[in-house]
Design a protein around this ligand. Structure first.
Ligand code: ADP
Ligand code: MG
Length: 151
């Protein structure tokens, strides 16, 4: 599957990249966000949400596991599964409701939900690169390939 690497030096560049990704997706699909603690997954999520018109705060859903957003026609669910002990716990969150509609799901620490989460359209792996970050994008299927082509 096609891969591409993008670079963001500083938080503002990360927000800008997030906004570009937001526009490319049109606010639908499943994006897995990989990277160590402090890599920039929540920062990128904030950029994506802002790019879809969100103007308020974006909390890290570390304790709530998921934060929902309604931005006009677009619904976004931002997950942080770092504290998930067992993928089965996702069933108690009513996980199916989140993935049935035409929402955009941004998922930090998706490996913790393995077996229960739906497949990703796009994997984004964030790693340190100089003073900034490198983002490796991997598309799975035609939809995400089109997003990447539009970036
Ligand atoms: P994560 O959600 O992956 O744990 P965060 O998004 O909370 O990480 O980001 C951790 C720190 O990295 C924040 O202080 C943020 O400002 C910084 N950061 C995020 N993206 C970049 C970037 N592209 N360049 C430099 N610093 C960044
Ligand atoms: Mg985070």
């Amino acid at each position: 599957m096609p891969e591409m690497t993008l670079y963001a030096e500083g938080e503002d560049a990360m927000y800008e990249l997030g906004a570009r990704i937001a526009r490319a997706t049109g606010g639908r699909g499943v994006i897995y966000l990989h990277g160590d603690l402090g890599a920039g997954k929540t920062t990128l999520s904030r950029g994506i949400l802002r790019g879809l018109g969100h103007s308020g705060a974006v909390k890290s859903p570390t304790f709530t596991l998921v934060e929902p957003y309604e931005l006009g026609e677009v619904r976004v669910f931002h997950f942080d599964l770092y504290r998930l002990a067992d993928p089965e716990e996702l069933e108690f969150l009513g996980i199916r409701d989140y993935f049935e509609g035409d929402a955009l799901c941004l998922i930090e620490w998706p490996e913790r939900g393995a077996g229960v989460l739906p497949k990703a359209d796009l994997d984004i792996t964030i790693s340190p690169h100089g003073v900034g970050r490198a983002l490796q994008l991997q598309a799975h299927g035609a939809r995400a390939e089109a997003w990447c082509a539009a970036l």
